[in-house]
Design a binder for this molecule. Structure first.
Ligand SMILES: C[S@@+](CC[C@H](N)C(=O)[O-])C[C@H]1O[C@@H](n2cnc3c(N)ncnc32)[C@H](O)[C@@H]1O
Length: 708
C-alpha cells in the first residue's frame, strides 16, 4: 500500500493488536478516494458495491400478483406485459428488479426503464403545507439519514434505467442541494441535464406581513433534477403551449448578430459586412421563392399568408425584402420549447384526496421525452399521478408505494380513469378504460419454499405462527387440528392433498354440511393465501363464520434470517409521508375485528366494537389495547363482488370525533378510551354490497363484505 510508510504500517499493526481505534487521519490513507474531486461525506454512507451486494441487509423479495384488473377486456398481449401497482418498500422492490430473477419482471424491467419520476418525502423532519393548506407532510428521517435513504434508492434506480433512460427527482428546498450533489455522484456530473423550478403551494405571506422585520420570505417553488444515464442520449423536445403572441405569424429580422462569414451572402440585393443571415443560402433562397409564389397566387385567391401557409401543409418558409432589411416569417405556433422555469403550470393538484398529489400536467410535460409504449417507473408513487398520466399517454408503467392509502388510492384512480379529465382538453373526460394492470405484493413470503417444508414442519410452523394449540379431535368425522386462544377450533387445509383445489365456496359448503351444526359460530381455516378463493377474511354460512388465516406470513423472516422492521401505517392524514425506510414484511397477523351494520331511518351505520392487533407492541413491549392499533378504515360503498374500489377512507384520527391537530400519541391515547366506533353511511349512495377494509398500524388487513 503506497500510501503507508514503514512507520504507519507498524503503528497500525500495534493498534489493531491492542484492539484500539485507528485515528481518523488514516481514513483517506487506507481508503483513498479515486477520481472524485469532491463528495458529500456523512455518517452511515455505504459503498455502492455493498448496497448492490445487499450488505445493507435489504434483499430482493418475491413478487406476488394479488389481482389482475381489466384482464379480460385487455389481455396482456404477446409481450405478456401488464402495468403494475406494487405495494411494498421500494428498496426491496428495486433490488428485486436489479436481481432480475423473479418471473414477474425477469428481463422485462431491468435495463428497460426509459423514465423514472420520483417525488420522495422531502426529509424535512417538520410539517409543512401541501396543496390546500392542510398539514400534509411530515417526513421523519433527518439529515444524513434521509440523504442516505434516498441515495441507496438512486443507486439502484440508475442500475435499472435503460441506457437511453433518464430520471426526474422532485425535491424541496430543505434537502434539494444535498440530493443534487448525491445525484452528481450517482449519475455523474456530466449526466446532469437541467434543474427545473415547479410550483408548490403558495406561501402564506399574510403571517410574515404582520411583522416589522422578517427572518426570511415565503417559498414558492420545488425543484426537479433531471439526469440521464448516458451523456450522449438525445430526447424528444419538451414543449409548452405557446402564448397569445406566439400563436400568430409575424415578420422578424433575418439578420443575426452571430458572426459566421459563411452565412453572409447576397439576398434580394442586400449583402452583409458584419453579422450573418439566419439560415444557409439554399434554404433562404427557397424561402424567397416561396414568398414570390405566394404573392402571385394571392393576387388571384386573395388569401392571407397564414391561410396560404395552412392550406399548403404548414411547412413552407418565407423570406422577403422590406425596405432596406430582409425579414423571415415566424409561423404561428401552438407550442414552443420550454426553458427551466415551469411555474406556468400547476405543481400539485387534488384529483384524489391524497396529500401531496402532483399535477397531471406536470407529469405530462415530463413524459414528452418518452415515446408511446416506453416503460415509466415511479417508486414513491403516492396517489399514482405518474401511473394515470402514463396510462393516458399510452406508456407502460410501474408504480410502487409502501402506504396502504396510496395503494388503494392508485387502484381506484386507475380503475376509474375513464371518468377523469382528458389531458389535452380538461373539459372532456378521458373516456377510455385502463389497459390491463396488476396489483403486486412484495416481501410477503416465498411460497415455493413454504411448500418445500415437510408436511409436519409446515403444520408445526403455522400452528406456532397463528398461536393455535394442537388438539386431537374429530367433529362429525372431520379432523380438527387445533384451538385458538378464543376457544374456537381450527383446521389446517391439507393443500398437499388437494394441489388442484382451493378453499372456495364449494369446499366450505361441503365442510359446513358435515360440521355446520356442531362447530358453533366460528371455525378457523389455515391455508396458503393463494389457496383461498375469497378476498374477504371470512365467509358466513348460516350462523357459522369460516375465518381464513392466510399463509405463514412470517416465513420471510425465517428464510432471510434477518431482523426486519415492521413498517407502520399512519393514523392520521398528515403523517402519510412518515413511512420511510421500512424493510420487511406485512400481514403478520390479521387483526381481530367485530362489527355490525345497522339500518335506521334510511341511514346506515357501521359499528365497530372490537379492533385488536394480536401481538405485542414493538417498541413498548406492552399488549395493545382495543382500537389502539387501528390505522385506517376504507370503504367501497358499491362492491361489485370482485374488485375493491375505494370510495371513502378514514384515518383513525377521523374516527375519534375530536378536532384535529393531535400528535400520534394523543390519537392512540384517545383510541384506547373508545368503546365503539361508528361510521355513518348514506343509504342512497350504497349498492347491494359494501366492502370494508380495516387496517392496523402494521398494515395488517381485515376485510369484510356486508350484503344489504
Ligand atoms: C410525496 S408522496 C408522492 C406523491 C406522488 N408523486 C403523487 O403524485 O401523489 C411520497 C410517497 O412516498 C411513499 N414512500 C415513502 N417511503 C417509501 C418507501 N420506502 N417505499 C415506497 N414508498 C414510500 C409515501 O407513502 C408517499 O406516498
Amino acid at each position: 500500500m503506497s500510501n503507508l510508510n514503514e512507520y504507519d504500517i507498524q503503528f497500525l499493526i500495534e493498534k489493531l493488536q491492542k484492539g484500539e481505534p485507528i485515528p481518523e487521519d488514516y481514513k483517506y490513507k487506507l481508503f483513498p478516494i479515486k477520481q472524485k474531486e469532491y463528495e458529500l461525506v456523512y455518517a452511515g454512507k455505504m459503498r455502492k458495491e455493498d448496497i448492490l451486494a445487499n450488505e445493507d441487509g435489504v434483499f430482493p423479495v418475491p413478487l406476488q400478483v394479488e389481482k389482475v384488473f381489466n384482464g379480460e377486456e385487455y389481455p396482456s398481449g404477446n409481450d405478456e406485459w401488464r402495468n403494475m401497482i406494487v405495494f411494498g418498500d421500494n428498496l426491496q422492490f428495486l433490488k428485486t428488479v436489479y436481481e432480475n430473477k423473479d418471473p414477474l419482471i425477469k428481463d422485462k424491467v431491468k435495463g428497460k426503464v426509459k423514465l423514472i419520476y420520483i417525488d420522495p418525502p422531502f426529509g424535512t423532519g417538520d410539517e409543512y403545507d401541501a396543496n390546500r393548506g392542510q398539514k400534509a407532510y411530515s417526513a421523519r428521517a433527518k439529515g444524513a439519514e434521509f440523504v442516505e435513504f434516498l441515495r441507496r434508492r438512486l443507486i439502484l434506480a440508475r442500475e435499472i434505467l435503460a441506457d437511453d433512460g433518464s430520471i426526474f427527482v422532485r425535491m424541496g428546498y430543505h434537502f434539494g442541494h444535498y440530493i443534487k450533489v448525491i445525484m452528481d455522484e450517482v449519475f455523474g456530473k456530466e449526466n446532469f441535464r437541467n434543474e427545473f423550478i415547479v410550483k408548490r403551494g403558495a406561501p402564506k405571506a399574510g403571517l410574515i406581513e404582520q411583522f416589522e422585520k422578517i427572518k426570511s420570505v415565503g417559498v414558492f417553488y420545488d425543484v426537479l433534477y433531471w439526469y440521464s444515464k448516458n451523456v450522449n442520449t438525445l430526447f424528444n423536445k419538451i414543449l409548452r403551449q405557446a402564448n397569445k403572441n406566439q400563436k400568430v405569424g409575424k415578420w422578424s429580422s433575418f439578420k443575426k448578430i452571430y458572426d459566421r462569414p459563411t452565412m453572409r451572402y447576397e439576398i434580394e440585393g442586400i449583402n452583409l459586412k458584419k453579422g450573418q443571415w439566419m439560415w444557409g443560402k439554399e434554404r433562404a433562397y427557397q424561402a424567397v421563392e416561396n414568398y414570390k409564389k405566394f404573392l402571385e397566387i394571392t393576387n388571384r385567391t386573395k388569401e392571407s399568408l397564414e391561410e396560404y401557409w395552412k392550406r399548403t401543409g404548414k411547412c413552407l418558409e418565407f423570406v422577403r425584402r422590406n425596405g432596406n432589411s430582409i425579414q423571415y416569417w415566424v409561423s404561428p405556433r401552438e407550442s414552443v420549447l420550454v426553458d427551466n422555469n415551469w411555474l406556468d403550470i400547476k405543481g400539485y393538484d387534488h384529483v384524489t384526496d391524497y396529500p401531496t398529489e402532483n399535477a397531471e400536467e406536470l407529469l405530462a410535460r415530463i413524459m414528452q421525452i418518452t415515446n408511446s409504449g416506453d416503460l415509466v417507473l415511479d417508486f414513491f408513487a403516492g396517489s399514482g399521478t405518474t401511473a394515470a398520466v402514463a396510462e393516458k399517454l399510452g406508456r407502460r408503467w410501474i408504480v410502487c408505494d409502501i402506504g396502504k392509502l396510496a395503494f388503494y388510492t392508485m387502484q381506484k384512480r386507475i380503475l376509474t380513469i375513464q371518468d377523469s379529465k382528458d389531458l389535452d382538453n380538461p373539459n372532456k373526460k378521458y373516456g377510455k378504460k385502463a389497459r390491463s394492470f396488476i396489483t403486486v405484493n412484495t416481501g410477503l413470503y416465498d411460497l415455493k419454499k413454504v411448500f418445500e417444508l415437510k408436511k409436519d414442519d409446515y403444520i408445526k410452523f403455522v400452528m406456532n405462527l397463528f398461536e393455535v394449540e394442537p388438539v386431537d379431535k374429530r367433529i362429525a368425522g372431520i379432523k380438527i387440528d387445533g384451538q385458538k386462544k378464543d376457544g374456537y377450533y381450527c383446521i389446517i387445509y391439507p393443500y398437499w392433498q388437494f394441489k388442484e383445489a382451493a378453499v372456495d365456496e364449494e369446499y366450505l359448503e361441503d365442510l359446513h354440511s358435515h360440521i355446520g351444526k356442531k362447530i358453533g359460530e366460528r371455525l378457523y381455516i389455515i391455508a396458503p393465501a393463494n389457496y383461498v378463493d375469497f378476498i374477504t377474511d371470512y365467509h358466513q354460512i348460516e350462523k357459522t363464520r369460516y375465518y381464513f388465516l392466510k399463509v405463514p406470513y412470517q416465513i420471510i423472516r425465517e428464510l432471510h434470517k434477518v431482523q426486519f422492521k415492521k413498517f407502520r401505517q399512519p393514523q392520521s392524514k398528515r403523517n402519510v409521508n412518515d413511512l420511510e425506510d421500512a424493510i420487511g414484511f406485512h400481514f403478520i397477523r390479521q387483526p381481530d375485528v367485530e362489527t355490525r351494520i345497522l339500518k335506521k331511518n334510511g341511514k346506515l351505520e357501521i359499528h365497530i366494537t372490537k379492533f385488536l392487533s394480536n401481538y405485542l407492541e414493538e417498541e413498548t413491549g406492552n399488549e395493545l389495547s382495543n382500537f389502539e392499533s387501528l390505522a385506517m378504515v376504507l370503504i367501497d360503498k358499491d362492491y361489485d363482488g370482485s374488485a375493491f374500489v375505494m370510495d371513502e377512507f378514514y384515518f383513525a384520527e377521523d374516527l375519534i370525533g375530536k378536532k384535529k391537530e393531535e400528535t400520534e400519541e394523543d390519537i392512540r391515547e384517545d383510541l384506547k378510551h373508545k368503546e365503539k366506533i361508528i361510521i355513518p353511511l348514506q343509504l342512497e349512495e350504497c349498492g347491494e354490497k359494501i366492502m370494508v377494509v380495516y387496517i392496523d398500524i402494521y398494515g395488517n388487513e381485515f376485510k369484510e363484505v356486508f350484503t344489504l
